[in-house]
Design a protein around this ligand. Structure first.
Ligand SMILES: [Zn+2]
Length: 316
């Protein structure tokens, strides 16, 4: 029996329901907020209101894609889950280099030491201090994914160390891996690296790849068996919606089982509760309608929002 690991405990994948596969419900300070104050997502009352609004439209589960020491706060994630009834899957792992800087501990630890930290988040519980050091106090809330980040065109030498630690964590625990693809690029290089480290492509979810509107690239990466996470749907403005175009093309090519959806809406300016737009509700309202108009109706949407996340977020 496999399971999905949420901050409030393990659940049957069949109970996950409509899932957003890459969000940032909480960013409680850290370097991202130092770089851009709009990243600050710390007010639990406002965040609960945002999440409850989407839950009222059917949202049942969210992956929070913030890994260690970049504003992750698992106690707040657990509180949001309790208050809204929405399943929340928290991440361990490490984000892109730019969110830490050269003096960060992640630059000094060995791959095995990094894997030990990731594994403890998955097996024991996420550090209440978010590995900001020096003391670790484990909470009862465990990580359900490992999040790692690749650079432009594929993993840099620094990224490859982190990917190696993530692969080791997968081999120890069966946890799924969620990656950041810089500007949508480097997905194939990431899959090849992870496969070489013993991670089947089926266990890998590649974020932001719909920034590259090239159906050939998407056919190639989906042919590996990896999952593509599209999260750019609301960012096209007056331009043709590249996310919708890619979705349509991949469904026509019978590759729809390889796609999950999210918003990566990591800014106050995107959340209605903070006075922003379009809000977490967007995928279940405007974009759901736009998909239906393209002939991507309830059956397709069930695969994208329910069936595919249940499969790829399960421990193996
Ligand atoms: Zn993100």
């Amino acid at each position: 029996m496999t399971h999905v690991r949420t901050v409030l405990g393990d659940i049957d994948p069949a109970d996950l329901g409509v899932t957003y596969a890459h969000e940032h419900l909480v960013i409680d300070g850290g370097r991202p907020v130092e770089l851009s104050p709009d990243f600050l997502l710390a007010d639990v009352d406002l965040l609960a209101a945002e999440l409850a609004d989407a839950a009222g439209l059917g949202l049942r589960a969210v992956v929070d894609a913030m890994p260690a020491d970049a504003g992750r706060n698992v106690a707040k994630l657990a509180e949001l889950s309790r208050r809204t009834g929405v399943h929340v899957i928290a991440a361990t792992g490490l984000h892109h280099d730019r969110y830490y800087g050269p003096a960060h501990w992640s630059a000094r630890l060995t791959e095995v030491e990094l894997a030990d930290l990731f594994t403890a988040d998955v097996v024991e519980g996420i550090d209440a201090h978010d590995y900001s050091g020096p003391l670790v106090r484990r909470t009862e809330h465990r990580a359900g994914i490992v999040k790692v980040a690749g650079s432009d065109g594929g993993p840099s030498a620094r990224d490859a160390r982190i990917f190696t630690a993530a692969a080791e964590t997968y081999r120890r625990t069966g946890v799924p891996i969620l990656t950041h693809c810089e500007a949508g690029t480097g997905a194939l290089e990431q899959v090849r690296l992870l496969e070489g480290l013993g991670v089947p492509a089926e266990r890998v979810v590649l974020s932001h790849v719909d920034k590259v509107v090239d159906p050939g690239y998407h056919r190639e990466l989906l042919a590996t068996g990896a999952t593509a996470e599209y999260d750019q749907a609301f960012r096209w403005g007056d331009r043709p919606n590249g996310t919708l175009a890619l979705l349509t093309a991949m469904i026509e090519a019978d590759l729809g089982d390889g796609i999950v959806l999210g918003m990566d809406a990591a800014r106050q300016g995107y959340y209605r509760a903070f006075g922003g737009a379009p809000g977490l509700r967007y995928l279940l309202t405007d974009f759901s309608s736009a998909m239906a108009e393209r002939g991507l109706g309830a059956d397709v949407q069930r695969r994208l929002f329910v069936d595919n996340p249940a499969r790829v977020l399960s421990f193996r």
